[in-house]
Ligand binder design. Structure first.
Ligand code: COA
Length: 680
């Protein structure tokens, strides 16, 4: 354990180094080590000041989140951060915190217990605890306002976004930026400091601020979340209470958040996003080919979005469309999207130009022979896609990855027309592809592991979340969406209004209601998918989509679908829909709407898992969190099922007279959750 924190003396400066890879989390042993090291150096007459630095790639990324899980599961106790932080703050010799990488959560709290802070220009600091449903619990809500004022501390603790070293310097959160090597720079800085300075005693920035308007903003921008408002309560206490009492208030609020369902769910999400990157049978050392050049086929909405995602990541990309006017339209849309980013201040004009310059329109096949990956995004038709892949097989260089952006079609049937099915896979992007984070990576029967590893690495480079799934109608996301959607349709047929269905589900936390989603994606698209879906998937007798389709109500694009749309595409309710769709006039409770839609999702998720289309429950959760607007504070559909209880869900599924998934029955009988499923 001693190696977690080491200390040495450089002339008159004591240096404490934290070495707990990969991110120097304050796991058990680290805070104790810091305390011991501070006391040792404080007692050493040769030492006049102390520098604390992180070994490896970062300062300290916070408390060890695994330890919170242990506390929640009754297997451990809370990490003892306060004694270490007090040892630092109470040290009679000046303590300088030297920050590189990130000082997040407990990392920033440790840094603020120090008397001075210096950082590299690239460093970032923040209190991201709200993202896992918590508030800072080691004095962050009390020390941060003392350094940056109540208003800024409120923003940082409630939204959890980090600030750059330069902004931190301007805020007074750090005292200096070290250009060049951090340790010598920090030692140099420490030599100039003669006295300690406790953050807890600095009250000059504690002028009271009315956080009322900010609270309102949080209620809207962080709908249904507990932690952001709790963080505001704790920050507010800093302006009202003496430091020690403020700490006690923080501890009480922290404890409430820690034991909330939201915290459990958000911690699950934190680890889930990292877990999906580790595909069970694709070991870490699997060869990954560099993607230096890419090509996209199809200049429609998806193709354009995919090309932008590649260009944004610095990869030159050809975009092909055989139809000249379609290609021109596609390029115009791409240009307009970049213009919008410049106008909104998200991109500089130079950066936008650079990105646009990486996208080369192409009518023929010139340059395709150099591509390391080709992504096909033509119309969703198997014969058409097969034709494209047969052509690609002739043109693409050996080893080039051939990816189809199909959302439902059989990837093996596409691979079968090539002489290299090992290089063929699906990359199912979500619209708009330059924005949405999810990519379902569809593994065909013959797809080789290195091709999967390569596109998973590519997804990461595109700042997206790749989730590996197996081939099967609609893969994971769309397959599960169909029965969910089917329930929404049936609910309207039985007497609910589209608004009630959508609102019940947005109140539950979904980013959009299913009927609004159908209008956005196109009723014609859903109609086609429903026609093609194998029996059993989302076909329990609803006819609403067929009625809307037959009435030419294709959704937003035709000005009417489940709703009517004005010229700004704002939905308004439309009595015609009720006349067309409703067969009964039953009064439905929101609870029934949520149960039927969400349990349909879960029941199908169980089938997807049973059939091995999804490898693990966590893969389904991440797909729904990143691609379908499922609320993070509920952890994803399969995690949520565990919080409700599979026995309770099974009981409702039977009450609705649906066929329960075998896996749901089995796990409910065993008293387990979906997390118990290990990939085959
Ligand atoms: N506690 C426990 N484990 C942590 C952790 C923490 N606070 N922060 C990161 N890790 C783990 C990750 O789970 C991952 O583990 P894995 O390799 O087994 O999957 C590993 O450290 C690397 O993290 P990763 O996020 O993949 O690295 P990155 O370089 O992309 O990002 C950070 C680094 C620090 C920006 C990011 O990990 C982060 O935001 N961490 C959480 C910070 C936080 O919320 N702190 C407050 C906690 S109360």
């Amino acid at each position: 354990m001693e190696h977690l924190v080491t200390f040495s003396i450089h002339d008159s400066v004591g240096v404490i180094a934290i070495n707990n890879p990969p991110v120097n989390a304050l796991s058990s042993g680290v805070p104790e080590g810091i305390k011991t090291a501070v006391h040792a150096l404080e007692g050493n007459p040769r030492v006049r000041s102390i520098v604390v630095i992180g070994g490896g790639r970062t300062f300290v990324a916070g408390a060890d989140i695994h330890e919170f899980v242990e506390v929640l599961e009754g297997r451990g106790s809370m990490p003892a951060l306060h004694p270490a932080l007090s040892a630092v703050e109470d040290c009679t010799k000046p303590v300088v915190m030297a920050i590189h990488g990130s000082a997040l959560g407990g990392g920033l709290e440790l840094a603020m217990a120090g008397h001075y802070r210096v950082a590299t220009p690239e460093a970032q600091v923040g209190q991201p605890e709200v993202k896992i449903g918590l508030i800072p619990g080691a004095g962050g809500t009390q020390r941060l306002p003392r350094l940056v004022g109540i208003a800024k501390a409120a923003e940082m603790c409630a939204f959890g976004e980090p600030v750059s070293a330069r902004e931190a310097l301007a805020l007074g959160l750090i005292d200096n930026i070290v250009e060049g090597d951090l340790l010598p720079g920090a030692i140099e800085f420490a030599r100039t400091i003669t006295s300690a300075r406790k953050t807890r005693d600095r009250i000059e920035k504690l002028a009271r601020v009315d956080l009322g308007p900010f609270r309102e903003l949080c209620r809207k921008a962080r709908k249904n979340l507990i932690a952001p408002l709790a963080a505001l309560d704790a920050v507010e206490a800093a302006g009202k209470l003496p430091f020690e009492q403020g700490l006690r208030r923080e501890a009480e609020i922290f404890e409430i958040c820690l034991h909330s369902d939201q915290c459990r769910a958000l911690i699950h999400v934190f680890f889930a996003e990292r877990a999906v990157a580790k595909v069970p049978d694709i070991p870490k050392g699997t060869p990954v080919s560099p993607i230096r050049r890419a090509a996209v086929i199809g200049a429609g909405t998806m193709g354009g979005g995919i090309a932008m995602a590649l260009a944004n990541a610095g990869i030159p990309v050809l975009i092909r469309d055989a139809d000249e006017s379609a290609l021109e339209r596609g390029m115009t849309t791409i240009g307009q999207n970049y213009d919008r980013s410049v106008k909104s201040g998200r991109l500089t004009p130079e950066a936008a130009e650079e990105r646009l310059a990486r996208i080369t329109p192409e009518l023929g096949w010139t340059g395709f022979e150099h591509a390391d990956i080709v992504l096909e995004a033509v119309f969703e038709s198997l014969p058409l896609k097969q034709q494209v892949f047969a052509e690609l097989d002739r043109i693409a260089k050996p080893g080039c990855i051939l990816a189809t952006n199909t959302s439902t079609l059989d990837v093996d049937a596409i691979a079968a027309v090539t002489s290299r099915p090992q290089s063929v896979l699906g990359m199912h992007f979500f619209s708009p592809a330059n924005v949405m984070r999810l990519v379902e990576v569809v593994r065909g029967k013959a797809t080789e592991k290195s091709a999967i590893a390569t596109v998973m690495a590519l997804a990461k480079a595109l700042k997206k979340v790749g989730v590996v799934v197996r081939n099967g109608f609609g893969f994971v996301g769309n397959r599960m969406f169909l029965p969910y959607m089917e329930q929404a349709e049936l609910l309207v047929e039985e007497g609910a209004s589209p608004e009630q269905v959508d609102r019940a589900l947005t109140d539950f936390g979904m980013a959009m209601g299913p009927l609004a989603v159908a209008d956005l994606s196109g009723i014609d698209v859903f109609w086609r998918i429903q026609q093609e879906a194998p029996s059993g998937i989302g076909r329990r007798g609803a006819s609403a989509i067929e009625e809307l389709y037959a009435a030419g109500r294709y959704g937003q694009k035709s000005g009417a679908g489940w709703y009517r749309y004005d010229e700004n595409r704002k939905p308004v309710s439309d009595p015609e829909v009720l006349a067309l769709i409703q067969k009964e006039h039953r009064k439905l409770q929101d609870q029934e709407i949520v149960e039927r839609c969400v349990y349909a999702l879960i029941n199908e998720g169980a089938r997807v898992l049973e059939e091995g289309i999804a490898l693990r429950a966590v893969d389904i959760d991440v797909i729904y969190l990143t691609g379908y607007g499922f609320p993070a504070y509920r952890g994803g559909p399969m995690f949520y099922a565990g919080t409700v209880g599979l026995d309770k869900i099974l009981e409702r599924v039977r009450a609705f007279e649906w066929q329960p998934a075998g896996l749901l029955e089995q796990l409910a009988a065993e008293g387990k959750t979906f997390e118990a499923i290990e990939p085959a």
